[in-house]
Design a protein around this ligand. Structure first.
Ligand code: SAH
Ligand code: SF4
Ligand code: F3S
Length: 438
């Protein structure tokens, strides 16, 4: 049997796309190989959000090239956002790549790999009109009790730093009926937790006569789905209806990942985020008033062109004011073709480093204080498996999306009550309650 290996970079959307890529390759009769060396078809599902993933991919591709020099029959396929961003030059940059495809053309990958025989001809991409949801493809699910569900593709925002609209195209929503059928199917297969995925889930549905609040309510009804998550909501489109749906739907978890990016209204404007610091903070208040015990996480960028020390300090103070449970912090990375890449006053690397180090410290401090508040409480945990660092313990996640490492005997996929006994900035520790009673 011929075998494939998929290496995935980037966000959850890419991880989910990789499940579809694997499902499709399996339908073509290939089996999964444990490592790149063992595979006949090597797929790289790439990311290009910042320079770092570009560099990581380049290192991987150098290895793949060496493998192919030894075994010229190996097929190398490069997909995802980096491939799309470099579509004009990919084959000249990397002449040993056989197939290239953008995130919108995963459904065509099978044809391009040469149905059945894999007699690959150099082929690539599709046109914008070929863009199709991978949601109709078979999938190879990595986790038995948890699943991603794509609700839209593309993004209609114009955030000045961001390459995503250029590589994923305009936003298109999936039909609600199709999404619900998928969710119900997953529930029948034993899935208990779903994460709805879109670049901006809050703008879902305008093109298909629905909206995100309706979608949440419809998913909430699905029998067997105990937890509903979503990522990411854009603060500009977070309407009262969605807050009400979050508050009223039993399965929708008490967590919002709400990307702030910057705490300075001037910088937010330059980023074209279309909300101010004040409006964001009001939204946080509204969310917390409606959903007691809500966990909030965020994305932050330091060193956007022209960001002054004072403006950076506004990001720091916003973190303190909101009291995030966690945050992804990024050094601004210029992306070719985006508006911000050509702005004057790019910030020197050294200053960006200083700022991110300070920001990380504050984020950790604030997050640890939030985690400490959980000590002494009992949390519902969905068991994911043994702890990665100490297999004598179990690992799972709370509804508020915090990882818990705990002593207990539950099986993966079970929901258990865990008493929280200790906390760090990222993790809780505890004991399963049945075990406590025993
Ligand atoms: N569509 C999602 C995710 C976008 S990418 C959303 O809007 O929430 C994830 C994060 O990467 C962004 O929220 C942003 O914080 C960061 N990011 C995007 N482009 C970047 C760049 N050029 N430099 C640094 N960070 C960036
Ligand atoms: Fe990028 Fe902004 Fe769209 Fe998110 S909302 S994908 S940050 S353009
Ligand atoms: Fe995701 Fe990276 Fe593309 S973050 S959308 S895989 S550029």
């Amino acid at each position: 049997m011929r075998r494939y290996h998929v290496t995935t970079f980037g966000c959850q959307m890419n991880a989910h796309d990789s499940e579809r890529i694997k499902g499709m390759l399996e339908e073509l009769g290939l089996g999964e190989a444990p490592a790149q060396e063992d595979a006949d078809v090597l797929v790289f599902n790439t990311c290009t959000i910042r320079e770092k993933p570009d560099r990581r991919f380049a290192a991987h591709l150098a290895q793949a090239r060496a493998l192919k020099e030894r075994e010229p029959d190996k097929v190398i396929a490069v997909g995802g956002c980096y491939a799309e961003a470099q579509r004009e030059r990919l084959f000249s940059l990397y002449p040993f790549v056989d197939v290239a495809f953008g995130p919108g053309s995963i459904p065509h990958l099978g044809e391009w790999l040469g149905a059945g025989g894999l007699g690959v001809e150099r082929s690539a991409f599709g046109t914008a009109e070929d863009r199709a949801f991978a949601g109709r493809l078979p999938r190879h699910r990595e986790r038995r009790f948890q699943a991603w569900v794509q609700i839209s593709m593309g993004c209609n925002s114009v955030c000045a730093y961001c390459i995503v609209p250029a590589v994923r195209g305009r936003e298109v929503s999936r039909r609600p009926g199709e999404i619900l059928a998928e969710v119900e199917g997953l529930a029948r297969e034993g899935v208990r937790e779903i994460t709805l995925l879109g670049q901006n889930v809050n703008s879902y549905g305008r093109d298909v006569g629905s909206d995100f609040a309706k979608l949440l309510r419809a998913c909430d009804v699905a029998e067997g789905i105990e937890r509903i998550r979503f990522t990411s909501p854009h603060p500009k489109d977070f309407r009262a209806g969605v807050i009400a749906a979050m508050a009223e739907c039993a399965a929708v978890c008490e967590h919002a990942h709400l990307p702030l990016q910057s705490g300075s209204t001037r910088v937010l404007k330059a980023m074209r985020r279309t909300y101010s610091r004040e409006r964001y903070l009001r939204l946080v208040d509204e969310l917390r008033a409606a959903i007691p015990d809500l966990a909030l996480t965020t994305d932050l960028i330091v060193g956007f062109p022209g960001e002054t020390d004072e403006e950076f300090e506004e990001t720091v103070s916003a973190v303190e004011q909101v009291g995030y449970d966690g945050a992804f912090t990024f050094v601004y990375s210029p992306r070719q073709g985006t508006e911000a890449a050509s702005l004057p006053n790019q910030i020197p690397e050294e200053l960006k480093r200083e700022r991110i180090e300070r920001l990380i410290e504050v984020v950790q401090h604030v997050a640890e204080a939030r985690k400490r508040e959980r000590v002494g409480r009992v949390e519902e945990v969905l068991v994911e498996g043994p702890s990665r660092t100490d297999p004598a313990f179990l690992r799972g996640r709370t509804r508020r999306n915090t990882t818990v490492v705990f002593a207990g005997s539950a099986a993966p996929g079970e929901l258990v009550q865990v008493r929280i006994e200790d906390a760090t900035s990222t993790t809780l520790r505890g004991v399963e309650l049945a075990t406590v009673a025993a």
